[in-house]
Design a protein around this ligand. Structure first.
Ligand SMILES: [Mg+2]
Length: 294
């Protein structure tokens, strides 16, 4: 079993740290523990639309004090990808925040003669942008999309997201985009570069089976599900997508590892082993869902 201190946590935001504008209980304590004990972590969001400063400010208002380097988005992964790609002239469909992110990396954002179309979350997306993007792609330009998400919850509604914008251009051109965000490799690559850690230490933590946990399965890294967002116990029970472990909330991850270390310390005398094993199982079942595929 990999030690808690050795893992690098890739922590989802909406449904894991907060729900909309409401902080999720224990998220602040979890992040504070990671910071105080110098554990590696990043808050990871698939949404490329917000500026990093705005996200830092948002979580600071919830009592979670982090810096810009503690957050990474599919927009950051896109910028990293473009920097090492052969593309020189980018036609961008996306927010001003995403444009700023690309420009700060020295990426040339243009409206004519583009050799790559980049699609992000764009609240002013329209037919003109779709037509121009389709023309560039049909003339041979590359096609990159920040994230696959087709929809996003908005209060009690579900509204179109970045993937739906890219899907309209894909329908018009017959060309599939290269996706950057979860569950694709490019985001993981950007995380590994930022944290300077190895892939086998990465652990995705989040509330969605189809993105956060599938990201872990697809990229062959550990995955912890928390039941503070969209996934219920019932959904988990019936899903083919299963996490490495499932927890009620972020605090239970700390409980699990602290109990496990107590168990290790207690289990040195061989005669005590079966007792300790039973004790461990009881303790862990009290705190964690009985799911473990390690
Ligand atoms: Mg989430």
């Amino acid at each position: 079993m990999t030690e808690f201190k050795d893992l690098a946590y890739l922590i989802d935001m909406d449904g894991t740290i907060y729900r909309g504008s409401v902080p999720i209980p224990h998220a602040r304590e979890f992040i504070r523990y990671l910071q105080q004990n110098r554990r590696k972590f990043l808050l990871v969001t698939n949404c490329p639309g917000n500026s990093t400063n705005a996200l830092v400010e948002k979580v600071r208002n919830m009592g979670i004090h982090i810096g810009c380097n503690d957050i990474i988005s599919s927009g950051d992964a896109t910028a990293e990808f473009l920097c090492t790609s052969p593309y020189k002239r980018i036609y961008l469909i996306g927010s001003d925040a995403l444009k700023d992110k690309l420009v700060k990396k020295g990426i040339n954002v243009v409206t004519e003669d583009a050799d790559c179309v980049v699609v992000g979350y764009d609240l002013s997306f329209n037919y003109k942008k779709m037509k121009e993007a389709a023309q560039f792609i049909l003339n041979g330009a590359g096609f990159v999309c920040t994230n696959y998400d087709l929809t996003i919850p908005d209060g009690d509604r579900v509204v179109p997201h970045t993937g739906s914008i890219a899907a309209s251009i894909e329908a018009a051109t017959g060309v599939k985009p290269v996706y950057m965000g979860k569950p694709e490799y490019y985001l993981l690559e950007a995380v590994i570069k930022r944290l300077n850690c190895s892939r086998d230490k990465c652990c995705t933590v989040g509330d969605r089976l189809d993105t956060d946990i599938y990201f872990g399965i697809r990229q062959n890294i550990k995955s912890f599900l928390v039941l503070t967002g969209v996934t219920t116990r019932e959904m988990l029970r019936h899903s083919k997508i299963q996490p490495t472990r499932a927890f009620e909330n972020l605090l239970d991850i700390l409980s699990y590892y602290s109990l496990f270390s107590i168990y290790i310390r207690c289990c040195i005398p061989a005669p005590c082993f079966s007792f300790c094993l039973e004790t461990k199982t009881n303790l862990l079942n009290h705190y964690c869902l009985p799911i473990d595929f390690e």
